[in-house]
Structures are given as structure tokens and as C-alpha cells.
Design a protein around this ligand. Sequence first.
Ligand SMILES: [Zn+2]
Length: 329
Amino acid sequence: MVDGAYTETLEALLRRFDDARQNGVYGYDRVHYYDGGAHDFHVVVGAVVHGDEVGSLPAVVALVEGLNAGDLQYGGRLSVFLGNPEASAANTRFLKADLNRVFIDEPPACHEGDRAQELKPILANADVFLDLHQTILDTDRAFYIFPFDTEGWRWARAIGGAQTWVTRRATESFSAGTCCADEYVRLHGKPGLTLELGPKGFSAAAEARAATAIAQLLRVADAAGADPAAVDALAEGAPDLEFVQTTWRQSFDDPHMRLRPGLINFQHVTAGETISAKGTPEICVPDDGMVLFPKYPPYTASGKVVEPRPGDIVNFVQPLDVHPAQAWT
Ligand SMILES: [Zn+2]
């Protein structure tokens, strides 16, 4: 279901992006390429890789317009792309395949597989990549989510943008046989950061958070363009993040599994607490912690999940008791 106000807002933003974008270097057209001429450092910013996560779009459009007008300054190179605006128009996460899983060697032959191929050359040339996402359900905070590495830590800390980082060991792939956009950049040896701005959709909060993160990203990148060691100093001058890791996932292995209503991201739960709906297969959390990515897919009248169901029905995160810089590097 796509409502009229959403479509009107989206179409106006896409029109402004298309009017403002300058792109003589890429085969894909929904990307703005900018060269500030003072240094070579290449920042890449991604928006709407998941189509219905549109909250960063107003900030991204303002960025492109602001650079064109000279209201914003950046000395290096910048590419800003819209990952899946076709899915944005349908107000869905994707049309045929999740774009943020198919940055692989042989993507599926479909809209998102083709798009991944168009985006790869942009990502492969990034010196740093910030991918702006939003969560499906409500969340009490913005957060970074990507595996820990020292470079990514420096950048996330220097940028700010969120206080929490949902992280994991760099050796643990997100999911076997898939590759996210940020992961693709890390495979090329450069920091790739995913920032979840808050719950999906247009909001003043998402716009402000995206605009602040982008502005700070460009400031740090200008410093890095002049002196790569500057990122370290900027990171050390900023507060550190709080780290949480996924310690348990409930796989969606029974079609009758269903969560109790009302769970949101980072909701605190206690050991043994039942988080399944009454009369459905019991799901209890193993320890004190917080739920993440609770899923409420559609169900049939007989209580079976409508396929294709998500891989996990819920994740569970806990704070790391040792700093990942000590534990994992
Ligand atoms: Zn997303």
C-alpha cells in the first residue's frame, strides 16, 4: 500500500535529485559525482539501498543541492547514490531480491542483481563508505551495524551519528553466500559503515541525523585528504561508542512461530522471558539483554506465516564486556 502523501514527497525528492545530480563518470544514473579539486579522498554515501528506508533522502538531496550552490564545501571526491529508488516508489524493501545481499560475484538476473553490478564500480573506488539505512520497526536509538575493524571504529567514532554499534568479529560474515554494500567496500580494504537512522520512513529526526552524519563525514574526510593520520586524532577527541553484539538468534524454523505484539528494537528483556505470542511455539530469551530486529511478517488466517518467511524471527544482543579493540584485534 502506497499512500498519496508518501508518493508525492518521494517523487518531489527524486525530481530534485535528478535535476541536481552531475554524473559523467558512472553507467548508473541515480548517482551524483562531485570533485572538490583540493584532494583525491573519495567519499561514497548510499541511500535507499532498501527501498522503503527513505528517511535519508531529504538530507542527501540537500547535500547535492548544497554542494552545487556552494553552500556546502568539500575538497575531495564524493559519490552519492540512490540504491533502489524503484523499490522506494513501491514503498517496499526490494522488488525481486534484497539489494543489500547481492554484491556477490554472480548476482541473480533481476532488477536488484543488475543494480548491484551498476553500483559495484562506485563502491570499489570508495576511500570510505557510509550507507544510510532505517529499521523496519520502531527503535529507541540510532545505531551503527557492521563488523568491528580498527579503521571502521575510527571513522564511526569521528563521525558520531550514533552512540551504539551493533558489531561482531570481522571474520563472521553477515550471512554465507551474500554480500552487503558495506561488506563489499571492506573486501576492497576500505572502511564501510552502515548507520541505522531510526525507524523507516520520512521524519525530521531521520533527516537531521543523516544531515549531521554526512556533514561530519565530509569534515573528517577533508582532514583525511590532507593527512590520513588526522582521522585517528579526530576519533580520539570524540566519545567512544557503546558496543553490543548478537549472542543469540531464533531461526524461523516453524511456520507457526509468532512474536508477542509490541516488541521494538533494543527493548530490554530478562533471562527466560517469553517473547512468543500466546498459543504459538514458545520462544524464551536465554539471558538478560535486548531484542533486535523482531519480525512481524504477515500470517494466514490459520496462523501460518506467509512465505517467504524471514530467516530469523528475532535477534538478541548484549553489551560487550571487553572492548572489541582488545578482544578482537
Ligand atoms: Zn536497510
